[in-house]
Design a protein around this ligand. Structure first.
Ligand SMILES: [Fe+2]
Ligand SMILES: [Fe+2]
Length: 182
């Protein structure tokens, strides 16, 4: 039986995703809404998956592990950014401040290298002024913007993505559960 290249790439993606998911704190992102009715967790998985897919489609020579991990953790800020009383209310605009918080949290929980740090810290460019330094960071920065817009207008974003990327039934249930707090 011939295994298609895309199936191999999906397996690679899953293996990095599962490694990151070993820290249960990562699943905490499911408590917070990112856009529309999409949780931060589902958003992060989608940004990572489609960044990886885009890089493969463009046949770019990328650091796969860093691209996938950096994208998975790019919004690892772990608070409800819609809430009136959020932890950052005295520090500044969520859009500008959350990449730094995500990087701080990611460094606490994972070994983050320079490329992964750049992906996380620069993903809000041009709202944050320093541009991404690596092609992997540019891809994540672009895909994040496209998917964020899609989530705002979609009622059921990524309905099928959990079937594709998550093996474990319990985690699939957590990720696909729709939160509706607003
Ligand atoms: Fe973000
Ligand atoms: Fe994002």
């Amino acid at each position: 039986m011939k295994i298609r290249q895309k199936e191999v790439e999906d397996l690679i993606f899953k293996s990095y995703l599962e490694e990151v998911m070993k820290k249960k704190k990562f699943l905490k992102m499911n408590r917070y809404i990112q856009h529309g009715n999409t949780s931060c967790l589902l958003h992060s998985i989608a940004v990572s998956y489609y960044s990886y897919r885009l890089a493969k489609f463009l046949r770019l020579n990328i650091h796969e592990k860093e691209l996938i991990r950096g994208a998975l953790l790019h919004d690892y800020f772990l608070y409800d950014w819609h809430a009136k009383y959020k932890p950052t209310r005295d520090v500044g605009l969520h859009g500008r401040i959350h990449p730094k918080i995500a990087l701080f949290n990611a460094r606490k929980d994972y070994d983050i290298n320079e490329l992964e740090a750049d992906i996380i810290a620069r993903h809000m460019f041009p709202l944050t002024f320093t541009p991404p330094k690596y092609k992997e960071s540019v891809i994540v920065c672009l895909v994040d913007k496209v998917l964020s817009t899609y989530e705002v207008f979609s009622k059921n974003a990524y309905a099928k993505i959990t079937d594709r990327v998550v093996e474990n039934k319990k985690e699939r249930r957590i990720i696909s559960r729709r939160l509706n707090w607003y």
